[in-house]
Design a protein around this ligand. Sequence first.
Ligand SMILES: Nc1ncnc2c1ncn2[C@@H]1O[C@H](COP(=O)(O)OP(=O)(O)OP(=O)(O)O)[C@@H](O)[C@H]1O
Length: 598
Amino acid sequence: MQPEDKNKAPSPWRAVGLLLEAARPEKRSLRWGALWLLIAAGLEALGPALGKRFIDEHLLPRQFELPAMAALLAGLLLCGWTASWVRYAQLTRMAGVARRSVLRLRDRVFAHVMGLPMAFFDRSISGQLLSRVTNDTEAVNQLYRQVLYVMLDSSLVILGALAAMAWLDWHLMLIVLALVPASVLIIWLYQRWSAPAVQRARELRSDINAQMAESLAGMAVLQATGAAGRFAQRFEQTNGRHWAARVSELRANAWLLRPALDLLNVLLIITLIYGFGQREALHVAGLGEAMEVGLLYAFLSYISRVVEPLIQITMQFGQLQQSMVAASRVRALLQEAGEASQQQDGAHITRGELSVQRLSFAYKDTAEGQPLWVLKDLDLRFPAGSFTGIVGHTGSGKSTLLALLLRFYQAQQGQVLIDGQPLAHIPDAAFRDAVGLVPQEPYLMAASARENITMGRDISEEAMVRAARQARIHDYIASLPQGYDTLLGEGGARVSTGQKQLIAMARALAGAPRVLFLDEATASIDSATEALISEALRELHGQVSVIAIAHRLSTIREADQILVLNHGRLAERGTHDVLMTIEGGIYQRLVQLQALEE
Ligand SMILES: Nc1ncnc2c1ncn2[C@@H]1O[C@H](COP(=O)(O)OP(=O)(O)OP(=O)(O)O)[C@@H](O)[C@H]1O
């Protein structure tokens, strides 16, 4: 997902299909709901017809037949009461459908996001992603509980009222029918006026989320650099623009929609009464039939049963627009391509030997469309059980190489083999089981030490403790108040950076990997913790292939081979002692520089 493109209009109608799809398993329930609403609309249409009979057959001719009158009145009341009750039950049903549909859509979006390639996350903004998964999926709720329910119910009531009117007096019904195109015109004008504001408000709300997420994530940096005030100002501006967009949306509603439709209602009542008066005048002059007062009563009742639902329908358009905009964003996210599905028929990884053949990789293209190579024509071997260190100046491609070995990206040229098979052919689960990663920034969840080490994998207590011992963190965890069940706080706030790194190491080892990757794992820890990690690595030697990027060269001093990258190419290769003999070599200079720093 790119940062929001403000000029690009989404394709809302197609996106609504996505929201409807979320309720597919509930089709049967929806069908029943529609049927019951039809019954409610029929009952609603029957009421005024009964009222008309009451007036024309009993009240006006003074025919006070009590049983018949009581039956008509009871029928009138029963129709209204039953229609309301049926409607309430269907609204409850729809609310259930809506909640379950949100659940399904949210699960689907989250699962999809989890499966997206790393390249996607490079170009997405986490606040926007968050907004997609939480707010935008909520649009389904609004769509079903509000928009679709009201639209269906109101349309059925209108149809019922029109049918009843046509049955009573189709000439008068045609006058009422004229209301429909006039209302459509008003709705169309309203949409044209308010649509840009609705879209703008939606986008700005997403920006607000994005800014919040960004500021919270970087709070320490914001405060330390005194940028908190500027960020608050930027937030205030976005918030202000959001408010303005919402106001123009509400203004369109307040100035155009409701007053225009109310005016139409009044005009219609005047026309009906005028038509009634005209007919009465003709009748008095002996030129036409008498018009029954009951008919006027029925029509006035039906008008409210046409106008009010029409207003209700039009009031839903704002919400419908919002739902469509949200749905089109969710749809765009769901259309983000997952990993290109490769044939994954490789065998399990038993030895953990890696080799890189003629590998070239680019994140993006140059302005002329040529790949901007970050790694160039690399040929490397990582023997099973060996310890390899990767060093090089900043930007030389070390992390990129690691990302390719971890299958986060696919190279444009060359290939990576593991145990002699192309990396891409190893089944996902087998690959993740066989590798462990200790990143530079250890990521700890707001959960217990146990959960942070096992990460929901099927790992026995014994294997977990063994890994913690290997990572030299068991004693610390055991000393915590609830041992392995002690909560570590959000982002591991209750543990030091070094301890976090050792827990991350235990997590990587708990899966009994064949290959262990360390991405500058010792860059931001103290020498004592580094010594613990080095000790752990020494123990793994011969059993697990270790590939470590290290800024701190002491971490890889004992490595079987050190690869020195320079501008994406392999510049030097050898043990520490061999590389130190290359006069003026990159490694030798790096070591000298570090010695000076210390
Ligand atoms: N996700 C990315 N998208 C586009 N370019 C990237 C991305 N990650 C890295 N690069 C570019 O690729 C080049 C190599 O970066 P890489 O992070 O692999 O270097 P490195 O040797 O690990 O550097 P450092 O030691 O500073 O971490 C750099 O020019 C960098 O700007």
